[in-house]
Write a protein that binds this ligand. Structure first.
Ligand SMILES: NC(=O)C1=CN([C@@H]2O[C@H](COP(=O)(O)OP(=O)(O)OC[C@H]3O[C@@H](n4cnc5c(N)ncnc54)[C@H](O)[C@@H]3O)[C@@H](O)[C@H]2O)C=CC1
Ligand SMILES: O=C(O)C(=O)CO
Length: 363
């Protein structure tokens, strides 16, 4: 885990910390059971681990009260099973938002301007002079950005694309993104007052509307039963032939086999993927597609974010062990990140706090 603050905070609270030194990137359930052993008060785990009934039962048997994913997404965790065993489940919202949105924006630019293809071309020594048709891509300004899942990260991404490239917005979410709508309205008015074309927004009544209208579509929902294979063969066929699809949410939100087929038959369609259906693997054929940019789940990989994630995960676990209440707003975690002061006596974000009847901090 990055940085030293997370471990210093645990040690200051008299925790004995055991660090897994297995030379394996992804631990199996059996590996983790062995690491938990007979006595373990809490665990900080990774999104690659399968935290279900077996592990929560083992943790509870070892006296464990707390688990935290070092991640905001917790689709790898069976929260009901944790609740059944009285284990609190923490996650780390609030420190990933901008970093993840920046990677989605980076992929959007890289895909629209074909940066990876052009880079490979240069390195292969194929450049023999400027040509009018060399790596022609898409202009973003004035086009429409579609966001599926306009929560924390989806909204931050939308703002970047709107402010940065003056794109119009269409979004689909189960809930209204009121703050985002207000921002686009105000920014549109500002542009108009400056004599520029104002940007616009629309909340789509269906996801298909976004797919049909948008030029760049970025996926930011959580992964659950309702979002599994949200983008499938039929939905891909509704998108514009030259559209760009970005996925920085979770791999299974996209039917990756259908995507490979779509990429093969639509060379002007481009994707930027940070996540994959069967990580760490890619579906056959994806790696050969020139119209796909693929990066290894690095959307949250900025130093500040990763150190913040580690700190929040550690504070979730130690807070529960110490019997601290939960923080009232898990999106407002700045007080936990200030290196120059002690963190508040609270768990920053416990997703099953209500189900466990945990008290809420009054701070
Ligand atoms: N690639 C990476 O490294 C990272 C990936 N993530 C992923 O991004 C996800 C989103 O993170 P946040 O924005 O912080 O979460 P959030 O909870 O703020 O936003 C998720 C949004 O998805 C919406 N949603 C849920 N079901 C939907 C559906 N069926 N159709 C449309 N919208 C739906 C929700 O209403 C919510 O607004 C995480 O759960 C995680 O899986 C997060 C951080 C880094
Ligand atoms: O926090 C998450 O959900 C991640 O995917 C970490 O990058």
């Amino acid at each position: 885990m990055p940085g030293t603050r997370w471990i210093n905070l645990l040690v200051q609270q008299d925790c004995r910390v055991e660090i897994c030194t297995e030379k394996k990137t992804i631990l199996s359930v059996e590996d983790i059971i062995a690491l938990i052993g007979n006595k373990c008060d809490g665990v900080i785990g990774q999104l690659t681990e399968d935290w279900g009934d077996t592990l929560f039962s083992a943790l509870a048997k070892a006296g464990g009260k707390a688990f935290s994913n070092m991640a905001v997404g917790y689709n790898n965790v069976d929260v009901d099973a944790a609740t059944k065993y009285g284990v609190a489940v923490g996650n780390t919202p609030g420190v990933l938002t901008e970093t993840t949105a920046e990677l989605a924006a980076s992929l959007s630019l890289a895909a629209s301007r074909r940066i990876v293809e052009a880079d490979e071309f240069m390195r292969a020594g194929l450049y023999d002079g400027w040509l009018p048709h060399l790596f022609v891509g898409n202009l973003l300004k004035g086009q429409t950005v579609g966001v599926i899942g306009a929560g924390r990260i989806g909204s931050a991404y939308a703002r970047m694309m709107i402010e940065g490239f003056k794109m119009n917005l269409i979004y689909y979410d189960l809930y209204q993104a009121t703050r985002l709508e207000k921002f686009v309205t105000a920014y549109g008015q500002f542009l108009k007052a400056s004599g520029e074309q104002p940007v616009t927004w629309k909340r789509a009544s269906s996801m298909d509307e976004v797919l049909q209208v948008a030029d760049v579509i970025s996926l930011h929902p959580i992964l659950d039963k309702t979002t599994y294979h949200l983008i499938n063969k039929e939905r891909l066929s509704k998108m514009k032939k030259e559209a760009i699809l970005i996925n920085c949410s979770r791999g299974p939100v996209v039917d990756e086999e259908a995507l490979v087929e779509h990429l093969k038959h639509n060379p002007m369609f481009r994707v930027g993927l940070d996540v994959f259906e069967d990580e760490p693997y890619m579906k056959p054929g994806l790696a050969d597609m020139k119209n796909a940019i693929v990066v290894p789940h690095i959307a949250s990989a900025s130093k500040w974010t990763r150190e913040g994630m580690a700190t929040l995960a550690a504070l979730n676990v130690v807070g529960k062990i110490k019997g601290f209440p939960t923080w009232s707003n898990p999106n407002a975690v700045e007080p936990f990140l200030d290196e120059n002061s002690s963190p508040p006596p609270a768990c920053p974000s416990i997703v099953n706090a209500k189900a466990l009847g945990l008290p809420v901090s009054k701070l």
